[in-house]
Design a protein around this ligand. Structure first.
Ligand code: SF4
Length: 451
């Protein structure tokens, strides 16, 4: 946890010698607390104080990175319990299992089906991030072959899941340049797994059956020289996982201890396995764990429909609550419009734009949508906050050269802002047509009123 200016002041020499460029040690401490000065600027700070200040500056939850240059993912380094306090930084990594019991073409098809779990939602590409290679066969050779196949046939990050150090060493030997996440170190294999992680510079997932045992184990592994860890509270075996309520409670407890108490042994990202039940159940569990507070979630379904709620929840939870999702303000042609096609405007709030776009598409009337920059707010919000008015729309029309785009001089406006039609006509000289309040009525409106 960051130290206050007064806490830092207590660690300084208090001689007010001014060598740091500040008039007093207290002034320097205040600057340091606001990250406007560097500790090195004080030549007289003791080694003990230096270490204390450096430790306090460490984030309460470490960052873990894995994956190759093209598939790299980062988890952890969160600073708050709840999104509304500030924001969450590193989206949950969603991984899908690939069992090494599958061989040859069957295994390749499994990898291919995981690779294809990609979707576009409100203009954003969303997809799974990693493949968790499971050593279900118990064979080191089969595990290494499966890991090598994933490396050769997928752009996704790799998680290697086995409790056998022999199998892990064999698989890491085939994938080390892709920096896989090594899972998992348990109280029984911790030393051997830590050695593999350290030698290959890979993060290590640490697994124990209780929060207390997990804290003990991370301390032990840290003493072996491994800094980058991921915490997993799953029992070994079939990865069926504990009841959802218990998992959520444990994940919240771990995060609270890390962030609120700065309890370093638990200051790492977390991983959960949701590999029991059908696709629906996995979607429900995984979505809940994405919301609270799993940094990595591993599922075994490859049903595309199950991923939409998971990926949508992740997209929502990890967006910045202070910055609405926006589309670029410009002209969007829908279909193949020409100089006689309708022109309408909406705002650059992503959800608003894509709703309007899909309804215009459904009308099959080729059209132009002028997206006006309202700082990512919806039509009514923008209007009531004076981010959408006749002048702003007129400026957007001029900036996008709409006069060259269409021969007519008619602009369709959202029904909710019909009140601005008079002023808009004055500001632009164009005829304003008041569209429907709900854009779901746009197809009917365009067919009935656009001439
Ligand atoms: S150089 Fe160090 S001791 Fe001197 S005033 Fe600055 S903080 Fe205080």
């Amino acid at each position: 946890m960051a130290l206050t200016g007064l806490q830092i002041f207590k660690l300084l020499p208090k001689t007010n010698c001014k060598k740091c460029g500040m008039p007093t040690c207290l002034a320097f401490a205040m600057q340091l607390a606001q990250k406007r000065a560097k500790l090195e600027d004080c030549p007289d700070v003791s080694e003990e104080a230096r270490q204390q200040l450096a430790a306090a500056a460490e984030p309460p939850m470490r960052l873990a990175k894995f994956g190759s240059e093209t598939s790299a993912v980062e988890v952890g380094q969160e600073t708050v319990m709840f999104r509304h306090e500030e924001k969450f930084y590193n989206p949950t990594v969603l991984a899908v299992t690939a069992s090494d019991k599958l061989t040859g073409q069957d295994f390749k098809e499994r990898v291919e089906s995981i690779n294809s779990l990609q979707f576009d939602r409100v203009g954003t590409h969303i997809s799974v991030n990693a493949i968790a290679v499971m050593n279900d066969s118990g064979s080191a050779d089969a595990f290494a072959t499966a890991a090598a196949t994933v490396k050769d046939t997928s752009e996704l990050a790799i998680i290697l899941v086995t409790e056998s150090p022999e199998a892990m060493a064999a698989a890491v030997a085939k994938t080390a340049d892709s920096t896989p996440l090594i899972a998992k170190a348990t109280p029984d294999n911790a030393e051997a797994m830590a050695k593999i992680a350290k030698e290959n510079n890979c993060p290590l997932a640490v697994c124990a059956e209780s929060i207390e045992a997990l804290a003990d184990l991370t301390e032990k592994i840290k003493a072996e020289g491994v800094e980058d860890m991921v915490l997993s509270l799953e029992a070994e075996g079939d990865h069926t996982g504990s009841p959802l309520r218990e998992q959520l409670y444990n994940l919240s407890t771990i995060r609270a201890l890390a962030l609120k108490k700065t309890f370093r042994p638990l200051g790492y990202p977390t991983m959960s396995f949701v590999t029991d039940g059908d696709a629906d159940q996995q979607a429900i569990y995984a979505t809940s764990l994405i919301c609270k507070h799993s940094s990595i979630v591993v599922v075994n379904t490859v049903e595309p429909y199950a991923f939409l709620p998971m990926l949508t929840a992740r997209m929502n939870v990890f967006s910045d609550p202070q910055k609405p999702v926006q589309v670029e303000p410009k002209i969007y042609p829908i279909g193949e419009p020409d100089a006689n096609s309708p022109l309408m405007f909406t705002t650059n709030f992503s959800l608003t734009y894509y709703t309007v776009e899909s309804d215009v598409e459904a009308s099959r009337v080729p059209s132009y949508i002028l997206v006006v920059d309202t700082e990512g707010t919806s039509v009514l919000t923008a209007y009531s906050g004076d981010k959408l008015n006749d002048k702003i729309v007129a400026d957007a029309m001029a900036k996008n050269n709409v006069e060259d785009l269409v021969k007519h001089r008619k602009l369709i406006i959202p029904g909710y802002v019909a009140v601005m039609s008079g002023k808009l006509e004055e500001a632009t000289g164009w005829e304003v047509m008041v569209g429907p309040r709900e854009c779901s009525m746009l197809p009917k409106y365009l067919h009935e009123f656009w001439k």
